[in-house]
Design a protein around this ligand. Sequence first.
Ligand SMILES: NC(=O)C1=CN([C@@H]2O[C@H](COP(=O)(O)OP(=O)(O)OC[C@H]3O[C@@H](n4cnc5c(N)ncnc54)[C@H](O)[C@@H]3O)[C@@H](O)[C@H]2O)C=CC1
Ligand SMILES: O=C(O)C1=NCCCC1
Length: 451
Amino acid sequence: MAEPPVIIWEEEVKSVLRYMDLVPRLEDALGKFSRRDSAAVLQPVRTAVPLQKHSGFMGLMPTYMENDGVLSTKFVCYYNRERGSTLPAVQATVVLLDPELGNVKAVMGGEVITAMRTAALLMAPGAEVLAILGTGRQALSHFNVFTEMFSFKEVRVWSRTKEEVARFVRSAGGGVRGCGSAEEAVRGADVIVTVTRSTEPVLFGQWVKAGAHVAAVGACRPDWRELDDVLMQSAVVYVDSREGALSESGDVILSGAEVFAELGDVINGTKPAEREKTTVFKSLGMGVEDAVSAQLAHPGGFLDHRLKAARSQSRTLQVQHGAHQDDRHRGAVMSDLFNPLQQEHGDWISVHGMAAAFLLEYNAIKKLSNKPGKRLCGSHYITVHFLLTFWLGAVTELITTLTASSNTVFRPRCVRAEHSRTVLRSVTVCSRGVRSGVGTPGPPGPVSCNF
Ligand SMILES: NC(=O)C1=CN([C@@H]2O[C@H](COP(=O)(O)OP(=O)(O)OC[C@H]3O[C@@H](n4cnc5c(N)ncnc54)[C@H](O)[C@@H]3O)[C@@H](O)[C@H]2O)C=CC1
Ligand SMILES: O=C(O)C1=NCCCC1
């Protein structure tokens, strides 16, 4: 009999998923997808069921990763809300199934997954001015990732109303300039993120600086636009999925622009990142991104320890429910700070670390004991034993773990451990004086960051 499905609430997903775990998996998944190896990733183009009465659609995003034993689907409902509505535009649920039995293993909130996996795909090393068009949920997750990853000299934001812009500037905690027009925001910007619900172009090629990178996240239907023809036809266009873009993206279809490459092609090294040219990454979102995110966060997954911790703290979280979101975010950053190494085979690493420590201790004690008149016994022995075991143990375990998680020939094949760079990242965030709103520390490195 199959186990009943586990429900993982949005708050739990939020406290479990971190960019440092997500980014390498997204990179891997995108690379696999673009190789079109059906045993690696099977992902049909999203099916969209119109919800005409409610100005929306339900997207079904199934994915099967046979080699990895991952079967999932995301249900995502998108609504073009009335101006001033406080209801979310996107509601999502990810379902993980057992590929052999077909039963549902887990049902999890899909909004944090959607926000994180979308924002994680967009990078821009060396850029100085970031412009964001739109001030909703995706705008915030993109702002968080970009500003945690890169040292922008200036961040500008524009949206349809002054109130929305003011709210975003407040929630970003300063360091962001609100703009009165889209043109004002994007003129001279190195990176432009379009995250609106517009169905008409909001970004025009004539405003865009040559060599800029545009991350176009909205306009996910074949007759919707965010970018104009001039931009689409003059830029080098990257997409997440060619089939997806050619059936869903109004910006691609209606402009007749040529798709140069998928992000996965760049990751695989089969297509270059044309850094000197004006580039557009047209993002539509892929089921495989949700699949690897859900696989990470589900019980028994790589982050099971965090899920358990989140569940045991859920009572405390409920008590803190009224606390400001940023406070909880800082808490998440701090706990990551004190847990700087991610290990999947921690026991293996510990055994080797401790063995090395005992070997060193044995030699040290032997040396000390061999000195005339310095035989160790009683409390001296205990002191030396404690000091050596504790410090040597800690140091050697650290070295062993760092070696195990390094991408060098010293990394044992059976170990999957990863560095966290959160210590450094937190320092960077603080020194820039930019505060994050979404409860997720920044990514360790770029997925597609070759732009
Ligand atoms: N590529 C992907 O993987 C994903 C794409 N999306 C897309 O990202 C976009 C933003 O999503 P959310 O941030 O969740 O929505 P949201 O509703 O939270 O924010 C939308 C923003 O767009 C602005 N806006 C709405 N209509 C506009 C118009 N006609 N002109 C200019 N601005 C307008 C709103 O004022 C708001 O600032 C949507 O188009 C959504 O479909 C969302 C999730 C994943
Ligand atoms: O990939 C997703 O998830 C979405 N893409 C387009 C808009 C709705 C959500």
